[in-house]
Design a protein around this ligand. Structure first.
Ligand code: ZN
Length: 329
């Protein structure tokens, strides 16, 4: 299988290649991973590989199937759902798919349904889908995308093969960001790759919508405020995230990098990764090694809380109190 332009995630690619090259693509796959990790891009690549008629590596990009699929109008590839608010995947969509599913392919050997944002399906909708997955017609391939397979019913999980997407190795992520946004400087691309944890789609979105700049402005001030004598500065800065949920993950990553750099300096080295070596330098002088280690741990636990979809206001309160506590303030 060919993955032109799709960076990283080598283990997942190896697995997919073994399915496609061996001509044994499962009837139902789940592509799980954080937003911006390329779930839908990879789902579309796989769909093209399913319909491609080339005898060589698929998708070849030049057979009539590949050309139609690239243009978004291959009759045997259907996309449904979306990445919107949760529970937005209506059961009527699944019912319609169920009706269509038994129709034989028009041009290719198999038909592909891509269901994006499958976590948005109600239980009722998932159960409707399950009816096809229990005894799928031979010509069908379902590709579901979601953040985590745990968001799906266990009965769906047990009938699907899961492919996991995640962070891309640093240099590859930098290259991809600069390819997608050619005007970005290498320095910005490197910082964005770090701040967005190697998730290329998030880094690209962050640079484009300005949230990357906001992270760079906010995180160093917040890092310093963690160690300030009074709590007010941190509360005030954290307040800026109240209406800016999207920036919160980037801020957590940037804080983690600043505390990490401060710790490295504390033990007598300098190997900066963070967006603000100055903040790291100041913190290395005002906080102890134990406090810095504790801060890094606290940021990790805050990240986990975010992944569990914690209420945003509660998250901001925790952020202030946990970090101040870790800094012994
Ligand atoms: Zn082809």
């Amino acid at each position: 299988m060919r993955f032109d332009g799709f960076e990283g995630n080598d283990e997942t690619k190896r697995l997919l290649s073994s399915y496609v090259d061996g001509g044994r693509i499962p009837h139902a796959l789940v592509m799980e991973g954080p937003q911006g990790s390329g779930r839908r891009t990879l789902a579309r690549l796989l769909a093209r590989a399913v319909v491609c008629s080339s005898a060589d590596a698929k998708p070849c990009g030049c057979c009539s199937h590949c050309i139609k699929a690239a243009g978004g109008n291959h009759p045997d590839i259907t996309e449904a759902g979306g990445e919107g608010a949760s529970r937005s995947f209506h059961i009527d969509v699944v019912r319609q798919i169920r009706g269509d599913a038994y129709v034989l392919p028009n041009e290719a050997e198999r038909r592909v349904f891509i269901l994006s944002g499958a976590q948005g399906m109600t239980e009722q909708a998932q159960n409707a889908l399950l009816k096809i997955l229990e005894e799928p017609p031979k010509h069908l391939v379902f590709i579901l995308t979601c953040e985590s397979r745990s968001q799906l019913l266990s009965t769906i999980q047990s009938r699907t093969v899961t492919l996991t997407l995640g962070a891309v190795e640093h240099d590859a992520a930098v290259k991809a960001i600069m390819r997608i946004l050619p005007k970005t400087t290498e320095d910005d691309a490197r910082q964005a790759a770090l701040v967005f944890g190697g998730i290329i789609g998030q880094a690209v979105a962050g640079i484009s919508d300005g949230s990357f700049r906001r992270v760079l402005e906010l995180a160093p001030d917040m890092a310093l405020a963690v160690a300030a004598p009074d709590e007010l500065t941190l509360l005030r800065l954290t307040g800026r995230l109240e209406k800016d949920k999207e920036t919160a993950d980037g801020v957590l990553n940037a804080l983690s990098l600043i505390f990490r750099d401060a710790l490295v300096r504390r033990v007598g080295q300098a190997d900066d990764m963070s967006p603000s070596p100055q903040a790291a330098q100041t913190l290395s002088k005002t906080l102890t090694r134990e406090q810095l280690v504790s801060l890094i741990g606290s940021v990790d636990s805050l990240k986990r809380a975010r992944r569990m979809n914690i209420n945003h206001t509660l998250f901001l309160t925790l952020l202030c109190s946990r970090l101040r506590e870790a800094a012994g303030r």
